[in-house]
Design a protein around this ligand. Structure first.
Ligand SMILES: NC(=O)c1ccc[n+]([C@@H]2O[C@H](COP(=O)([O-])OP(=O)(O)OC[C@H]3O[C@@H](n4cnc5c(N)ncnc54)[C@H](O)[C@@H]3O)[C@@H](O)[C@H]2O)c1
Ligand SMILES: [Zn+2]
Ligand SMILES: [Zn+2]
Length: 356
C-alpha cells in the first residue's frame, strides 16, 4: 500500500535560532519506506559539531534544528526491501543519512566525501524536507546508512559513531596505525580521547599535547597515553621536536600549527579533524624542510564505520561518557563549551525523553 504522503509523529528537542538553546519540539518523520529502518532512539552523544551548528558557526544552519549524529537505538519497523535489519536489532546512525550512491566516492565506500551527501541533521533529504537528528524519540533511515550495533557494545557507546570513526579513519588511511609508531593527539575532548584509545589499540606510542598540564594524570593514568606535552611550554615542545610520525589535531578553536609541525619527523603527517570556524595560519617553510604533510579527514564511509564499530567491540574500546537526562541538554552544551566533560555527554533519550 502506498503510504508516502502520510507522516509519523515524532518528538525531540530543537533550537529555534542562533542562541542554540534547545526546547521540546513536535515534528514528523516520513513513513518507513521500502529501504528504510525505523528505530527508537535509546542514546545520542553530544558532539562539538552540534554546538558549532546550533550557533550557526559554520554559517549553514537550518532552524528549527534537532541535532544529534551519534545515535544508537532499537529497530521498530523495517521496509519491505530491507535486507540487513529486522525488528528488535540494535542499530547505530552517525553523521550521514544519504549520498548519491553513484559517484566515484560512493563507489569506493567513501559516502562521507560524496558531494551530494545528506547529513543526519541540518541537511535536506531527497524529499525536500530538513533532516532532524537523534535528540528525538524515533528516526527513519535508509538501511545503507545504518550500522549493526554489536551485542557486547553498550548502547551508551554511541559516540563511536562520530568521535570514534572520525579518529579511527585517519589513523588507518594515513598509515598511522603501525605498531611502534609515535602518534600525537592534540585536544583531549570527545574526539581526542577516542584518538588516544584507537592509537593505543593499534600498538602505537601516544603523546597527548594539551594547553594545560592539568590533564596529564587523566591522559596517562586514565586513557593510557605514554607521555604528555604542554603546548604552551616552549622548552618541552623543543625537547620533543622531530619525534612524531603523525598527529591527530582535534582542536575546535583557532590555534597555532607551527608548534605541532615542529614535532613531526621528516615525512610526518599533521591530520586536522577539528573544524574551527575560521581558517588557521599555515607556515610553509617548516613543511618543506622535512617533506611534511598537513591533511584533513571527515568522519568515514559506511563500510569503515561498521568495521570501526566491530573493531571497538572486539577490543573493548568504548568512549568515556557522562550519561545525562534529555532535559539536561542545555547545561551539557554549556559545559561542553568549557571542556567540562570527561569526555562525551550522552543523552539517555530512551529513558528520559518525556513529551510532557
Ligand atoms: N572531521 C570531522 O569529521 C569531525 C567530526 C566530529 C567533530 N569534528 C570537529 O572536531 C572538533 C572537536 O570536536 P569534539 O567533539 O572532540 O570537541 P570537544 O569540545 O569535546 O574537544 C575539543 C578539545 O579541544 C580543546 N581546545 C579547545 N580550544 C582549544 C585551543 N584554543 N587550543 C587548544 N585546545 C583547545 C578543548 O579543551 C577540548 O579538549 C570540533 O571542531 C568538531 O566540530 C570534526
Ligand atoms: Zn560529530
Ligand atoms: Zn556519491
Amino acid at each position: 500500500m502506498e503510504k508516502s504522503h502520510e507522516n509519523v509523529e515524532a518528538f525531540g528537542w530543537a533550537a529555534r535560532d542562533t542562541s542554540g538553546v534547545l526546547s521540546p519540539f513536535n515534528f514528523s518523520r516520513r513513513v518507513t519506506g521500502e529501504k528504510d529502518v525505523q528505530f527508537k532512539v535509546m542514546y545520542c552523544g553530544i558532539c562539538h559539531s552540534d554546538l558549532h551548528q546550533l550557533k550557526n558557526e559554520w554559517s549553514n544552519s537550518i532552524y528549527p534544528m534537532v541535532p544529534g549524529h551519534e545515535v544508537v537505538g532499537v529497530v521498530t519497523e523495517v521496509g519491505s526491501k530491507v535486507e540487513k535489519f529486522k525488528i528488535g536489532d540494535k542499530v547505530g546512525v552517525g553523521c550521514l543519512v544519504g549520498s548519491c550512491r553513484k559517484c566515484e566516492n560512493c563507489d569506493n565506500d567513501l559516502e562521507n566525501y560524496c558531494r551530494d551527501q545528506i547529513m543526519t541533521y541540518n541537511g535536506v533529504y531527497t524529499d525536500g524536507i530538513p533532516t532532524y537528528g537523534g535528540y528525538s524519540d524515533i528516526m527513519v533511515t535508509n538501511e545503507h546508512y545504518v550500522v549493526h550495533w554489536p551485542e557486547n557494545l553498550p548502547m551508551e557507546a554511541a559516540p563511536l559513531l562520530c568521535a570514534g570513526i572520525t579518529t579511527y579513519s585517519p589513523l588507518r588511511y594515513y598509515g598511522l596505525d603501525k605498531p611502534g609508531m609515535h602518534i600525537g593527539v592534540v585536544g583531549l575532548g570527545g574526539l581526542g580521547h577516542m584518538a588516544v584509545k584507537f592509537a593505543k589499540a593499534f600498538g602505537t606510542k601516544v603523546t597527548v599535547i594539551s594547553t594545560s598540564v592539568s590533564k596529564i594524570d587523566e591522559a596517562i593514568d586514565r586513557l593510557g597515553a605514554d607521555s604528555f606535552l604542554v603546548s604552551r611550554d616552549p622548552d618541552q615542545m623543543q625537547g620533543a621536536a622531530g619525534s612524531l610520525d603523525g598527529i591527530i589535531d582535534t582542536v575546535s578553536a583557532i590555534h597555532p600549527l607551527l608548534p605541532l609541525i615542529n614535532l613531526l619527523k621528516t615525512h610526518g603527517k599533521l591530520v586536522m579533524v577539528g573544524a574551527p570556524e575560521k581558517p588557521l595560519e599555515l607556515p610553509v617553510f617548516p613543511l618543506l624542510l622535512g617533506r611534511k604533510l598537513v591533511a584533513g579527514s571527515a568522519i568515514g564511509g559506511m563500510k569503515e564505520t561498521q568495521e570501526m564499530v566491530d573493531f571497538a567491540a572486539k577490543h573493548n574500546i568504548t568512549p568515556d561518557v557522562e550519561v545525562v537526562p534529555t532535559d539536561y541538554v542545555n547545561t551539557a552544551l554549556e559545559r561542553l563549551l568549557k571542556s567540562d566533560v570527561k569526555y562525551r555527554f550522552v543523552l539517555d533519550i530512551g529513558n528520559t525523553l518525556n513529551k510532557n
